[in-house]
Design a protein around this ligand. Structure first.
Ligand code: TRP
Length: 331
C-alpha cells in the first residue's frame, strides 16, 4: 500500500493572520488534507524570538488556532497543535544546534533582516531560529514543507543538517523538500504593492486581516494604490492593479483574461469596489466561524490536546532514535 506523503508547516502567532497568509498558505493547506498526511502547528516558540506581550501571545495563539479551523483545516483530518505543547521540539532543537554551524546561521537572510530591525534585542534564539525550525520539520520526518519564498533558505539549511547528521549516524531523518503549491498566490500590500502584505501595515490599510470587519475591508480596498493608466491589466509595470486582480482571481476562481474582459472600459473605482466586495464575501463566513470558535474555549482545548497527543507520539519516536544515536543513556 502506498503511504501518504507527510506535510508539515507552521505560522508564528506573533501577529494576526492576514489575507496574504490565507491566500498564500492556509487555503492551500486545507486542500491538501485528502492527498497527504498533514501536520500544521502554531509556532509559539519561534514567536518569542521577538519580544511579545504574554496576554496578547496567548490570545493570538488561540485565535490563530480558531482561524486555521475556520479556514477549512479540519482537525479530524489534520494534526493541528501548538509547538510548545510538544517538548521534543526544543529537545531536538538543542541537539541540532550542535550540528549547525555558526557560519551557516550567520548567512541566513532572515537573521540579518531581523537583527537590523531589532537591534536592541539580537538574542541567541533569533540566531538559532533555523535549527529549531529544522527540528520542527524532521521530528515528523516530513517529506514536504509548504513555505513562502522567504523561508526556503531555512528549508535548505534543514536539508544540510539532515545530510550532515545522516552522514555521521546513518539514515536517521527523511530529507525534506520545500513545497511551493501550484496555486500559491503571493499577495502584496494594498498600499505598497512592491512589498509583501505584512502584519506591520494593518493601521495604514495596506494589510487585510482575516478578522477585519466588512467596512474596514471595503475601506482598505477603496484606498488601494493603483496607477494612472486606467486599465485593468495584469502587468509587472502595474503592481497595484495586478495584485488586486490576483486577489479577485483567488476569490472568484476567474482567470486573468476573464477579469480583464469583465472590467474592460470600467474605471478603477468600480474595479476596486468589486474586489473589496469579493473579499468581504470570502472572509465573512471565515470571520464568523472563527469568532464562534474563539468563544468556544472547551472545543479549542479539545483540539489542541488531541493534536499535541498525536504530534507527540510521532515526535518522541524520532527524538528517542536521535538520543540513542548520539550516545545518551536511555532512562
Ligand atoms: N519560520 C516560519 C515563518 O516565519 C514558521 C515556521 C517555524 C515553520 N517552524 C516551521 C514553517 C517549520 C514551516 C516548517 O513563517
Amino acid at each position: 500500500m502506498d503511504e501518504k506523503k507527510r506535510i508539515l508547516s507552521g505560522i508564528k502567532p506573533s501577529g494576526d493572520l492576514t489575507l496574504g497568509s490565507y491566500m498564500g498558505a492556509i487555503k492551500n493547506w486545507a486542500e491538501l488534507a485528502d492527498s497527504y498526511d498533514c501536520f500544521y502547528f502554531l509556532a509559539d516558540l519561534h514567536a518569542i524570538t521577538v519580544r511579545q506581550n504574554p496576554a496578547d501571545l496567548r490570545r493570538r495563539t488561540l485565535a490563530q488556532l480558531a482561524q486555521y479551523i475556520a479556514c477549512g483545516i479540519d482537525p479530524e483530518k489534520n494534526t493541528i497543535f501548538i509547538q510548545s505543547h510538544v517538548p521534543a521540539h526544543t529537545q531536538l532543537g538543542w541537539v541540532l544546534d550542535c550540528y549547525t554551524m555558526f557560519g551557516e546561521l550567520s548567512r541566513m537572510t532572515q537573521f540579518k533582516d531581523k537583527s537590523a530591525k531589532n537591534a536592541d534585542n539580537i538574542n541567541a534564539g533569533l540566531f538559532t531560529y533555523p535549527s529549531l525550525m529544522a527540528a520542527d520539520i524532521i521530528l515528523y520526518q516530513a517529506d514536504l514543507v509548504p513555505v513562502g519564498e522567504d523561508q526556503k533558505q531555512h528549508v535548505e539549511l534543514t536539508r544540510n543538517i539532515v545530510q550532515r547528521f545522516n552522514g555521521v549516524y546513518g539514515e536517521t531523518f527523511k530529507m525534506p523538500e520545500p513545497f511551493i503549491p501550484k496555486m500559491g498566490a503571493r499577495i502584496m500590500s494594498l498600499q505598497h504593492p512592491e512589498n509583501k502584505m505584512s502584519k506591520s501595515e494593518t493601521d495604514t490599510g495596506g494589510c487585510i486581516c482575516l478578522l477585519d470587519s466588512p467596512d474596514d475591508i471595503r475601506r482598505s480596498f477603496k484606498r488601494a494604490v493603483t496607477d494612472s493608466e486606467m486599465s485593468v491589466r495584469c502587468d509587472p509595470s502595474k503592481p497595484g492593479v495586478s495584485n488586486l486582480m490576483q486577489i479577485y482571481a483567488v476569490c472568484t476562481g476567474k482567470t486573468m483574461d476573464e477579469i480583464e474582459r469583465e472590467f474592460d472600459g470600467r474605471g478603477y473605482g468600480e474595479f476596486k469596489e468589486a474586489v473589496g466586495e469579493a473579499v468581504v464575501t470570502l472572509l465573512t463566513p471565515i470571520r464568523e466561524e472563527a469568532q464562534r470558535l474563539i468563544a468556544d474555549k472547551a472545543y479549542l482545548e479539545s483540539v489542541y490536546r488531541a493534536g499535541a497527543d498525536k504530534a507527540s507520539q510521532v515526535a518522541e519516536k524520532t527524538l528517542r532514535k536521535v538520543y540513542k544515536k548520539v550516545g545518551f543513556v536511555a532512562r
